[in-house]
Design a protein around this ligand. Structure first.
Ligand SMILES: [Zn+2]
Ligand SMILES: [Zn+2]
Length: 121
């Protein structure tokens, strides 16, 4: 997924927006000459557009996040980004086995406070 997607993604359970993005691995893949900036929230610059001084949103279109984590500051849920796809499923459809494999694989890249959050379940 691109950084840009964070401008529209909300938590599927509590509808909170924006979510917090943690990037484990990314690739600068597309060359973008010009880009309109994110509308409400820019995850590359990590802030709401109204509050940011700098908004060079080219990266938001050109960088593909291959592996990462989305966390919801409101309800504490988290969602994996695996093979470029954010897995945003409601609680009853989550694949816990796949998720714990994912967390084990990337545990070294997850900030301690977030790791506490994801390994609680
Ligand atoms: Zn942006
Ligand atoms: Zn939530």
């Amino acid at each position: 997924m691109k950084y840009r997607l964070m401008d529209i993604l909300a938590c599927p359970m509590c509808r909170n927006f924006p979510l917090k993005l943690h990037v484990f691995q990314s690739e600068s893949r597309y060359s973008v000459e010009e880009a309109t900036r994110c509308e409400l929230y820019c995850s590359y610059h990590d802030g709401l557009i109204d509050e940011l001084e700098e908004t060079r949103c080219r990266e938001c279109y050109s960088v593909e996040i291959t592996d990462g984590l989305l966390t919801c500051p409101k309800c504490g849920r988290w969602y994996a980004i695996i093979d470029e796809i954010p897995i945003m499923l409601p609680d009853n459809l989550r694949d816990r086995k796949r998720e714990s494999e994912f967390i084990n694989k990337w545990s070294g890249k997850i900030p301690p406070d977030v790791l506490k959050m994801v390994s609680r379940e």
